[in-house]
Structures are given as structure tokens and as C-alpha cells.
Design a binder for this molecule. Sequence first.
Ligand code: HEC
Length: 128
Amino acid sequence: MKLFLFLLILLLSACAQLEQYPEGKKLYVKHCSGCHGKNGEGLQLLIPPLSGAEIFIAAGPNAACWITKGMKGKIIVKGIEFENAMPPIQHLSNIEIANILNYSLNSWGNKHKFITPEEIKSIIKNCQ
Ligand code: HEC
């Protein structure tokens, strides 16, 4: 029994380490997944995916401006044209935005280097 518990704890802690950005995941689910989907898959021709989205990965921390200012107009994501509008989300802190971006830029096959709240702060000052 003791050995079983020990192995269980070992397994659980290994799983916990696999979850890289738990806070970012919570915030993503709360603020983004309603539109972009739990796995960043988007919604048909209405909402672009975040998984494998070239413009998202290229924007990296600059995507903070799309979150705080919103986004509209024609864009092409994974070869598909979208022309819709994303409403601005203004009440998020720099830390929360960094968490959301680190989670979504390192999930569903996406890869990006770590983004700090300080980077987000200076980017947001210069949003168009
Ligand atoms: C109300 C729905 C909605 C919510 C909530 C929303 N988005 Fe969007 N998002 C959109 C739409 C629609 C577009 C495309 C806008 C256009 O066509 O110009 C978009 C575009 C984007 C893009 C650029 C296109 C792409 O696929 O890479 C990124 C990145 C993005 N959103 C990230 C987020 C993140 C992160 C959140 C949560 C903080 C979020 N969005 C919340 C609807 C939403």
C-alpha cells in the first residue's frame, strides 16, 4: 500500500510538471477559449485558430496589442481568410497577458521563447 501511494505521488508530480503554464491555461480558458476553442482550434470560418497560426507565432509578445486593443479586418491564418472582429479585453494585467501568451504560444504544437511581463508592459505602451 505504501509503495502504491509512493508511486501514485511520483506519477502525479510528473504530470504536474508536464503542465507548463497552469495559470496561463486557466486564464486562457476564461478569456479566450470561448471563441478560439479549448485547443486553439478556432471556429470554422468565423474565428481563426491559434494552434499553428503563423501570424500569432510571428507576433509573439506583440499579440498583447491584439488582446488589449482588439483586432479587425482581413487576415489569413493557415491559408484561410478571416474577416471578423475580436473585441478588446482591457482588464488583464501584464502578468496575466504574459501567462496567457506563454501558455498559448507553447501549446497545441506551438513553440515560442518565454515572454516576461516587463516585455508586455513596454509593448502595450506602444500599441497602435
Ligand atoms: C469574442 C471572441 C474572441 C475572444 C474572446 C478572443 N478572440 Fe482572438 N480573435 C477573434 C477573432 C474573430 C479574430 C480575427 C479578427 C479578424 O478577423 O481580423 C481573432 C484574432 C486573434 C489572433 C490573431 C489571429 C490568429 O489566429 O492568430 C490572436 C493571436 C488572438 N485572437 C488571440 C486571442 C487571445 C489570446 C484571446 C484571449 C485573451 C482572444 N483572442 C480572445 C475572436 C476572439
